[in-house]
Write a protein that binds this ligand. Structure first.
Ligand code: ADP
Ligand code: MG
Length: 704
């Protein structure tokens, strides 16, 4: 919440009374606080009721931060030459507990007074059967009284280094008071008056005061709401404005007729009836590409929902209008798999399709590039080799990007730039993301969702087994193989550096080969250290049912499609995140047979890991899984969020604030509908705020 060129908010934190050069340095390096404005934006993460005092005798385990009033009756320094620990016995007249300091010991020793009434604030711990408070905040109660402060006091995030400089939560609150007391009476609003009036929001000044020193509960929630609203509003406005500007700026290729190729394929070669969801999404894509504007669409659909067919039909539409299309996949395996299946589906049609990856031989590559340039080649499928500069299309109409979470925003942009006219872009992702995140990460894209699986799929049965049940699992695998099924056994990721993983994989592979001996059984293996050609050969052996078991790393995570493989065993499942487990599991359950997923773990599991296993066993719904994942890990760890800037949210919460996010998105989109570039005078305030936020590195670090 930096304000307009307002000197006050931009003043260096060093000049705030009570800070000075050394503390300023710690505030900068530890908390990213450079200016008055930054400090004001360091909101409390919790509040405690300062009017409530606990009796020491009432303390139980698991209490949050509490407040006590009483006196110190004994101070004991510990350590040899230098005091390294200080403990003090504190009593409220009835009970006693110990206060302990490991840091700032010297200062405490010199300043703590026996017999003075203190207010002590902190989190009690049980230690050797007694309660203590480590690094409590202590304040003489006489000093507190004069402040006739509010009963709700903010608790601030801080760090050990800050505390060592005396910057604990309490001290930060004090600094906030200092700033707030010198804040000019009139500060510029950061939202428009219309919005403030319509939404009955607190003015910015009142919001800032009440977020730090709330007068009462109502004002605190009004302040919280106002600040969350503002934070999310500018995220949405920024994304939607980028989208509006792009739509104005770029002309799209007009794809307005459904022609011969689409019709021939649709009526003669389509291997199945499309689901209603697939049909609806195709209509959306068709309408979008038919406007003459450039399409930028995200296609979300759980694993196995049939996104590839939507991509194929969209490419045919484009071809019918005289343009080329390309499909880009994140790995060679996936690219060649897409190539094989698409070539097969189109085999009876008079179309030229090519596959270009990093391992395409030079002679063939040169041939492809030539054909691409003169327009003979209509569909090109490949990896990121497609975005190299030498790859030039005659007239590229559509780019489909599969499983885009592996592609950076920059790579996406590079594709758009391949031509003077921008091709339509369809991004397909199977990573279900909660709505809030989707609105943020992909807020500048239109979205289509395939929310229906093809008919006849049996939902996958997932079970959790420990190492000790391994023999049972082997028995189960044999039964399935006897029924004619195939099985994946997946090990955690293999990186060049992770020797241990590699050893585990090879060890697992050997033990499976022993347990499943030839000639009754055949076992394949695929991992990241193999050459693409080797990988392909192994994949194909499995695909052609020459082998029964595929031992693999997460290289099979995305997109691999072998319907007869109906069982998956995931080794060391506790090492995978929820989304990844869900992605992996999506490799089975693709045929008509009942599929199974077995999660193997050790006995000792963290609570989080246990919850992950339980979630996987309880549901197949990608969105439920994504929500749980977000709750467990927080947004910072979810793929893509690093780029979005959402991890730097100061007050809004991506799990809880869905409703506000939707509200602000609607408001932002209404504003932009009237005024794409925000040129109307009453919209200047938005532009100013956007450019301030844009320049604020701590805010949108690397936004698309
Ligand atoms: P994903 O969305 O995970 O990329 P795919 O496109 O690989 O899913 O499709 C999964 C499987 O479902 C494929 O074997 C595909 O041929 C099949 N499939 C797709 N759409 C349908 C449909 N409408 N009816 C039956 N099977 C379908
Ligand atoms: Mg796919």
């Amino acid at each position: 919440m930096l304000m307009r060129s307002q000197n006050f908010f931009e003043s260096s934190i060093e000049y705030l009374k009570g800070v000075g050069p050394q503390r300023a340095e710690v505030l900068r390096s530890e908390l990213g606080i450079h200016t008055f404005g930054d400090l004001l934006r360091h909101y409390p993460f919790r509040y405690v009721d300062r009017s409530k005092f606990y009796a020491i005798s009432d303390i139980r385990e698991d209490l949050p931060f509490i407040q006590l009033k009483g006196k110190i009756i004994r101070i004991t320094p510990h350590g040899d030459k230098r005091t390294t620990r200080l403990s003090a016995v504190f009593t409220d007249g009835v009970g006693q507990l110990e206060l302990v300091w490991f840091q700032g010991v010297k200062w405490m020793k010199e300043n703590l007074k026996l017999g003075t009434e203190y207010i002590v604030f902190g989190k009690p711990n049980l230690f050797n059967g007694k309660f203590n408070i480590v690094h409590p905040e202590v304040e003489e109660s006489s000093k507190m009284e004069g402040q006739n402060g509010p009963s709700l006091a903010g608790v601030y995030a801080t760090t050990e280094k800050c505390k060592a400089r005396g910057l604990d939560s309490r001290a930060i609150l004090k600094l906030q008071r200092t700033i707030l007391s010198s804040m000019p009476l009139s500060i510029p609003e950061t939202l428009s008056l219309t919005i403030i009036q319509q939404k009955k929001l607190l003015p910015v000044r009142e919001a800032l005061i009440n977020i730090h020193i709330p007068t009462d509960d109502n004002l605190l929630s009004a302040a919280t709401y106002r600040l969350k609203f503002e934070e999310l509003f500018y995220i949405q406005l920024r994304l939607l404005k980028a989208k509006a500007v792009r739509t104005d700026q770029y002309k799209g290729k007009l794809i307005n007729k459904i022609g011969e190729r689409f019709n021939e394929f649709y009526h003669q070669h389509l291997p199945f009836e499309l689901t209603n969801a697939q049909k609806r999404v195709l209509k959306e894509i068709r309408a979008d590409m038919g406007t003459g504007k450039q399409m930028n669409r995200l296609l979300q659909g759980d694993v196995g929902s049939g996104k590839t067919m939507v991509a194929l039909l969209s490419m045919l539409m484009v071809l019918d209008n005289g343009y080329q299309a390309c499909l880009m996949a994140p790995t060679e395996i996936l690219a060649s798999q897409h190539f094989q299946s698409i070539a097969e589906q189109l085999q009876n049609m008079d179309l030229k399709i090519g596959l270009l990856t990093g391992s395409t031989k030079k002679s063939h590559r040169d041939f492809l590039l030539e054909e691409l340039k003169n327009g003979n080649l209509q569909i090109l499928i490949g990896t990121h080799a497609l975005i190299e500069d030498r790859v030039q299309f005659k007239n590229l109409g559509l780019v489909v990007i599969d499983e885009q979470h592996r592609f950076g925003v920059e790579q996406r942009a590079k594709l758009w730039m391949k031509d003077t006219e921008v091709p339509h872009v369809l991004v397909m992702t199977a990573t279900p993301i909660p709505r809030t995140l989707a609105m943020t990460l992909y807020g500048d894209l239109d979205t289509s969702v395939i929310d229906e699986l093809p008919p006849g799929r049996k939902s996958i049965k997932t079970i959790h087994r420990y190492e000790s049940n391994r023999l049972g699992v082997f028995g189960f695998m044999k039964e399935e193989i006897t029924k004619g099924r195939q099985i994946y056994v997946v090990y955690p990721l293999i990186e060049e550096s992770e020797k241990l993983d590699y050893t585990n994989l090879m060890y697992g592979f050997e033990s499976i080969c022993r347990e499943f001996p030839m000639p009754q059984y055949y076992v394949s293996i695929v991992h990241g250290r193999m050459k693409p050609a080797e990988k392909n050969a192994e994949m194909n052996r499995f695909k052609d049912h020459q082998t029964h078991i595929m031992v693999a790393t997460t290289v099979i995570e995305v997109g691999v499609n072998i319907p007869n493989a109906s069982m998956m065993v995931i080794e060391s499942a506790e090492r995978f995140g929820l989304s990844q487990l869900h992605q992996l599991r999506g490799r089975v359950g693709r045929g008509a047979e009942q599929s199974f997923c077995v999660l193997m773990t050790g006995r000792k599991l963290s609570n989080d890991a246990r919850l992950r296993m339980k979630t996987m066993c309880d549901t197949n719904d990608g969105f439920v899984i994504a929500e749980t994942d977000l709750k467990l890990r927080g947004p910072g760890d979810i793929a893509g969020t690093q780029q979005s800037g959402v991890v730097n949210l100061h007050i809004a919460d991506l799990v809880k604030d869905v409703a506000i996010m939707e509200e602000v998105r609607n408001i932002a989109s209404e504003i932009l509908q009237k005024d794409h570039q925000l040129i109307l005078p009453e919209h200047q305030i938005f532009n100013e705020q956007l450019s301030i936020l844009q320049n604020d590195k701590s805010y949108y670090s690397r936004v698309s």
